[in-house]
Ligand binder design. Structure first.
Ligand SMILES: [Zn+2]
Length: 312
């Protein structure tokens, strides 16, 4: 769609944060063209933090935004839903520093957005169209198994390919590839929940993380199995990492026409890619025409069929 969008009507939800365990009430409100996605801390005089990579604070187990010392944590599951559903302008009002984790997936946010509806605005969208590849690597290149990598490449639509490899009998190597739009995201990625390993629980809690975790908001694994099954997909882990990737790419601040390929990457590499991409305007151009629109009917039919597979 070449025109910008917002939601038709406000919607809200509430729950505790995964890391802080602090209760948060979250409300999505329609916003005018060229606003972007803007968080508003209603507990701090409506202090605004734009969902843009220049506000990224700390990226370890979740993506956090920070502006003038005001922190906002675990933004990626909501941003993945907003971005994939094609919503350009929304105010996200919240009364605490961390978004509610809900069931650990983006599904509840997608359901909220279905209730909220879409309103087309009169202003045209400004896509960021990738012209030249950009790659960011992390790790020891002498040990190929250790390398983490992410790249973005020219494409006529927004596509992602995400590879994960965890030495665990329930996970192993999983690869997810798809053209991202409201339909593919809702059906193939949104229900995939966050996950964690029992052995990491004590060290993470010791540094103030995952205080809100429970069997209701994360898949928990011990050495050899899932403790709170069943899984929603055999490759739910790879799908969730793909969702996280999209949530971080949303920090570009506008729709991307390009393909992102992530190889064992994480929040830190995702946000580095976005920062480096925006810092080098020779890598992309701004366009108001959605060049893939003409080809989209056939492409989305193919995407809905089998865009996705687990490699092992
Ligand atoms: Zn996540």
């Amino acid at each position: 769609m070449p025109f910008q969008t917002t939601i038709e009507r406000p919607v809200e939800t509430e729950g505790i944060g995964l890391h802080t365990a602090v209760h948060c009430r979250l409300r999505l409100v329609p916003a005018p063209a060229d606003t972007g996605i803007v968080f508003r801390r209603v507990d701090l005089d409506n202090f605004e933090i734009e969902a843009h990579v220049h506000n990224v604070a700390r990226v370890s187990y979740a993506t956090s935004l920070m502006k003038k010392g005001v922190l906002l944590s675990t933004t990626e599951h909501l941003l993945a839903a907003l971005y994939s559903c094609g919503l350009d302008n929304v105010y996200v009002e919240l009364d605490a520093l961390e978004l509610p984790i809900l069931d650990g997936s983006s599904q509840p946010f997608v359901e909220m957005l279905a209730q909220a509806g879409v309103r087309k605005l009169r202003r045209r969208r400004r896509y960021l169209k990738v012209l030249r590849p950009l790659e960011v690597t992390d790790g020891d290149s002498g040990k190929p198994g250790q390398v983490r990598r992410i790249g973005i490449y020219p494409a006529d639509e927004f596509r992602v390919r995400c590879f994960v490899d965890y030495p665990h009998p329930c996970i192993g190597r999983q690869e997810v590839e798809l053209a991202v739009n409201r339909q593919t995201f809702s059906h193939l990625l949104a229900p995939a929940r966050t996950f964690g390993f029992l052995k990491d629980e004590a060290p993470l809690r010791a540094v103030g993380l995952i205080r809100g975790v429970s069997y209701e908001n994360a898949i928990v694994l011990n050495e050899d199995r899932v403790l709170n099954g069943p899984l929603r997909f055999a490759d739910e882990f790879g799908r969730h990492k793909t969702l996280d990737l999209i949530g971080d790419l949303a920090l570009v601040g506008r729709p991307v026409l390009g393909e992102v390929r992530a190889h064992k990457a994480g929040h830190a590499l995702h946000t580095q890619l976005v920062t480096r991409l925006l810092a080098d305007p020779t890598l992309w151009t701004e366009t108001s025409s959605d060049s893939a629109a003409a080809a989209r009917p056939t492409r989305s039919a193919a995407a809905a069929a089998v865009p996705l597979h687990a490699s092992e």
